[in-house]
Design a protein around this ligand. Structure first.
Ligand code: UDP
Length: 241
């Protein structure tokens, strides 16, 4: 296992998609709860002032380089980072293999109805897949025990949690042991994209590393968050000195 690359205080694993998938298989076999985080520039920026998030990321069992910004940062710091491993793509690749590996999956998060639509989409894309439960991501503290119960009873091998950053990472970290699911991943807007609520950037924009621009165009509300990107570039550069 290659050592993690320290980007603004968070260790990111320099893995390719296929190496990440190998690690996931090891985690499935180990059967003790593992947390996977998908580190993009925005998450890394947030972790510079959110100590709880930073320590969760550093304690995660695998931190994949989600996004062009993370790969750029590693290279700028003189480290190896073979390719971008987007959380969305990682989730799809695990699901693609799930019908033959027999891994069961639970979809937790997003607005009411979205995880169910994503489940139908997964069943269409990956025939034979076992999505053993869904639950929307809007809940009160009083509802948490019943959510935990629902997930435990469904006995998934993989829990995909889409509550947004950093809520999903914090929620998973707190409940990881109790849930006892072999693999948990925070997947942000994945169900929205699968359900067709949100579009993913066209391939040419992904290749041109412009996925962030596409997101901002589609959701002007998020545009304010873009300021994190130049700040990220600046901070990474400053951390090199
Ligand atoms: N979300 C949720 N519960 C919440 C807040 C957000 O389920 O309390 C969902 C939201 O509906 C969306 C997903 O979290 O499907 C990710 O949101 P966003 O794209 O803002 O996340 P990020 O870019 O931070 O991963």
């Amino acid at each position: 296992m290659k050592p993690r690359v320290n980007i603004l205080g968070v260790g990111v694993d320099p893995v390719t998609m296929s190496e990440a998938l190998e690690r996931v298989e090891e985690f499935f076999s180990a059967r003790s709860p593992r947390l996977i985080a998908t580190a993009n520039a925005e998450m890394l920026m947030r972790s510079t002032h959110d100590e709880e998030l930073r320590s969760i990321l550093n304690g995660a069992d695998l931190v994949v380089p989600d996004g062009a910004g993370t790969v750029w940062a590693a290279h700028h710091l003189g480290a190896e980072m073979p390719e971008r491993v987007a959380g969305y793509d990682l989730a799809q690749e695990i699901m693609r293999r799930a019908p033959s590996t027999g891994r069961k999956i639970f979809f937790f998060g997003s607005a009411p109805g979205v995880a169910d639509k994503a489940k139908s989409k997964a069943e269409e894309l990956y025939p034979g897949i076992a999505i053993v439960g869904t639950r929307n991501g809007y809940f009160t503290a009083a509802e948490e025990p019943s959510i935990i119960d629902q997930i435990k009873k469904a006995q998934p091998d993989l829990l995909l949690a889409a509550l947004g950053v950093p809520k999903q990472e914090k929620w998973l970290a707190v409940h990881l042991t109790e849930l006892n699911v072999p693999v948990s991943i925070g997947v942000g807007g994945t169900f929205d994209v699968m359900a067709g609520v949100m579009k993913r950037a066209p391939k040419w924009m992904q290749r041109a590393k412009l996925e962030w621009l596409f997101r901002a165009m589609l959701q002007p509300k998020r545009a304010g968050r873009l300021i994190a990107l130049p700040k990220f570039v600046f901070k990474v550069h400053a951390s090199k000195q």
